[in-house]
Ligand binder design. Structure first.
Ligand SMILES: [Cu+2]
Length: 296
């Protein structure tokens, strides 16, 4: 099962090169069974996080663990009561004490430099192509506002909709339960999207998360948090509220569709006139016609 999935994952890009329109790589935007690594990166921030985890932290952790294991084995073999009946009375060794203080400091400095670089990359929000506001509601769902698509006289966004968990009996083939929503957030590919994240002032703290985007940020009542992403691969991306918020914490998923600019504009025109449900149906029909929809 796992092998076929790996094989499918390996073959999909090749098939894409051959020009056939296929659904996205199964590991992109959603978890897969028996997964042990991170979800495939779809933004520059996520790619940097993966590099930091896979090629810096993991080798260092592995080396330290093997070193400590080697020391423990050496102690057990060389210094047990049989092998070493008369133990040394040594209590201090200046060289070793300096070494075990300085070496961990150096390791932390080696980790800190790229870590801070990555933090600044995440936190310095580049000039955004569009802004979306996500509001975590106390009734366990997310409201999305698109201020760039027009404002009402009172300053509120004309395009504003609330995404609810899609009930199990309404799921289409390929749609994951507890991750799919009735209406998705939609963004254009390769555009820098600034997210303003907050929670209902009467409500509780939630967190807006898409693992493939490398994004996880708290939604706090009465406070605006901001973050950004630049999704470089078209597809469907799922996330969940990641702050333990109450009884329906597990039932307020996040679904984002990254589509071509033309498809986004078509969706935006539709949602302005016909509402979120109609716009979703319209967009999914567009994507399905091109073979770009993993579900339905
Ligand atoms: Cu929540």
């Amino acid at each position: 099962m796992r092998f076929t999935r790996v094989l499918a994952g390996a073959c999909l890009p090749l098939a894409g090169l051959a020009g056939s329109a296929l659904a996205q790589n199964p590991g992109l935007g959603r978890p897969v069974e028996w997964q042990i690594g991170l979800q495939e990166a779809a933004t520059p921030v996520a790619e940097n996080i993966h590099w930091f985890h896979n090629w810096l932290l993991m080798p260092i952790i592995t080396a330290i663990t093997l070193f400590v294991l080697g020391l423990l084995v050496a102690v057990m073999v060389k210094f047990n009561a049989k092998a070493n009946p008369v133990p040394s009375k040594t209590t201090h060794n200046t060289f070793i004490e300096i070494a075990w203080t300085v070496v961990p400091i150096l390791i932390l400095v080696i980790i800190a430099i790229p870590s801070f670089r990555l933090l600044y990359f995440q936190r310095d929000i580049p000039k955004a192509d569009m802004t979306i506001k996500a509001i975590g509601n106390p009734s366990w769902n997310w409201t999305y506002e698109y201020p760039d698509l027009g404002l009402n006289d009172d300053g509120s966004a004309k395009v504003s909709f609330t995404a609810y968990l899609k009930p199990k009996d309404q799921l289409q083939p390929g749609e994951p339960w507890l991750l799919a929503t009735d209406v998705p957030m939609v963004v254009p590919v390769n555009k820098i999207v600034k997210m303003i994240i907050t929670a209902d002032p009467e409500g509780i703290i939630h967190a807006w998360t898409i693992p493939s985007f490398g994004m996880k940020i708290d939604a706090i009542p009465g406070r605006l948090n901001e973050d950004w992403f630049q999704a470089t691969k078209e597809g469907t991306y799922y996330g969940q509220c990641s702050e333990l918020c109450g009884k329906d914490h597990a039932f307020m998923p996040i679904e984002v569709h990254v589509v071509s600019e033309a498809d986004f504009n078509a969706w935006a025109e539709k949602i302005k006139t016909a509402g979120a449900d109609e716009a979703r149906t319209y967009l999914f029909a567009l994507l399905k016609a091109k073979g770009q929809l993993a579900q339905q």
